[in-house]
Design a protein around this ligand. Structure first.
Ligand code: ADP
Ligand code: MG
Ligand code: MG
Length: 252
C-alpha cells in the first residue's frame, strides 16, 4: 500500500520561497484534500512532488514508499506510481491523445511487457465511454483546442488508464459544469482503493460534495496550517478563510 511522507518541505521558484515548511502524511486508501487561498503554493506543492525543474527544493524531505522521492527523476516518479492531473494541462501539437496515452502506459511498464494496440484501444474506448467523451478525442492532438472542461476530462482519462498509486488532482473542478463535475468525480471514486491514495487540491468545497475526503487540510503561505475532516471544508465554504487567519494570527 502506498505511502507519501512530506516533512518540513521548503521549495522556491526563481529565488522566491513558496513552500515554507510543509508536512503531510498520506497512506493508501486515504483521500486528502488541500484547500487554500490563491497564491498560497498549492500548485507549487504538486509540481514539486512531480519533480518539475522550475521548482528548487531548499529543505525538508519527501519519501514515497520509503524511497527518497526528491532523488528520483521525473520519469522515475511516474514509474513509481505518481500522477498529477494539472491545473493547466498543456497542448501538444503533433501527438494524438491516443499515442500519448499509449506511450505513457508503456513508459510505466517493463520492456517486453508493453500493452498491445488492440487491448489499449479497447481500454481507452471503455474509459472514454465512462467519462462520456466524444470518441473523436482519441485522435485529436493532445489538448489542442480542447475546452477547459474537455482538458480536465482528458486528465481523468489519463488517470483511469494509468491506474497510479498516488493521484494528485490540481483544481480538477475548475471550469467544470455540474454534469462534468459529477462524471469526473465518479471516475475518481471508481479508482478509490486501499492500493491508491489521493491528494485533491481545490479552491472550492463543491468538489468535496462528490468526492468525500478522509482529511481536509488548509494551506496558507506555504504551509499546512490546519487539518480536520470534511466538516472543515464545509466551514471554509460558509465562512471563508478569515477565521483561520485570526485564529493563527496570520497577517497578509
Ligand atoms: P496556488 O496554486 O495556491 O494558487 P501557486 O503555487 O500557483 O499557488 O503559486 C504560489 C506563488 O508562487 C504565487 O505567489 C505565484 O505568484 C508564485 N509563482 C508561481 N509560478 C511562478 C513563476 N513561474 N515565477 C515566479 N513566481 C511564481
Ligand atoms: Mg491558483
Ligand atoms: Mg494552483
Amino acid at each position: 500500500s502506498p505511502r507519501l511522507t512530506i516533512e518540513d518541505l521548503r521549495a522556491e521558484i526563481e529565488g522566491k520561497e513558496i513552500l515554507k515548511g510543509l508536512s503531510l502524511d498520506i497512506k493508501g486508501g486515504e483521500v486528502h484534500a488541500i484547500m487554500g487561498p490563491n497564491g498560497t503554493g498549492k500548485s507549487t506543492l504538486a509540481s514539486t512532488l512531480m519533480g518539475h525543474p522550475k521548482y528548487e527544493v531548499m529543505g525538508g524531505s519527501v519519501t514515497f514508499n520509503d524511497e527518497d522521492l526528491l532523488e528520483m527523476a521525473v520519469d522515475e516518479r511516474a514509474r513509481a506510481g505518481l500522477f498529477l492531473a494539472m491545473q493547466y494541462p498543456s497542448e501538444i501539437t503533433g501527438v494524438t491523445n491516443a499515442d500519448f496515452l499509449r506511450s505513457a502506459i508503456n513508459a510505466r511498464r517493463e520492456e517486453g511487457n508493453e500493452i498491445s494496440l488492440i487491448r489499449f484501444i479497447r481500454q481507452m474506448e471503455a474509459k472514454m465511454k465512462d467519462l462520456e467523451m466524444n470518441p473523436e478525442f482519441a485522435h485529436r492532438y493532445l489538448n489542442e483546442g480542447f475546452s477547459g472542461g474537455e482538458k480536465k476530462r482528458n486528465e481523468i482519462l489519463q488517470m483511469m488508464l494509468l491506474e497510479p498509486s498516488l493521484v494528485i488532482l490540481d483544481e480538477i473542478d475548475s471550469g467544470l459544469d455540474i454534469d462534468a463535475l459529477r462524471i469526473v468525480a465518479n471516475g475518481v471514486n471508481s479508482l478509490r482503493s486501499e492500493d491508491r491514495a489521493f491528494l485533491i487540491i481545490t479552491h472550492y468545497q463543491r468538489l468535496l460534495n462528490y468526492i468525500t475526503p478522509d482529511f481536509v487540510h488548509v494551506m496558507m503561505q506555504g504551509r499546512i496550517v490546519k487539518s480536520g475532516g470534511p466538516e472543515l471544508a464545509q466551514r471554509l465554504e460558509n465562512e471563508g478563510y478569515d477565521w483561520i487567519k485570526e485564529e493563527l494570527g496570520i497577517v497578509d
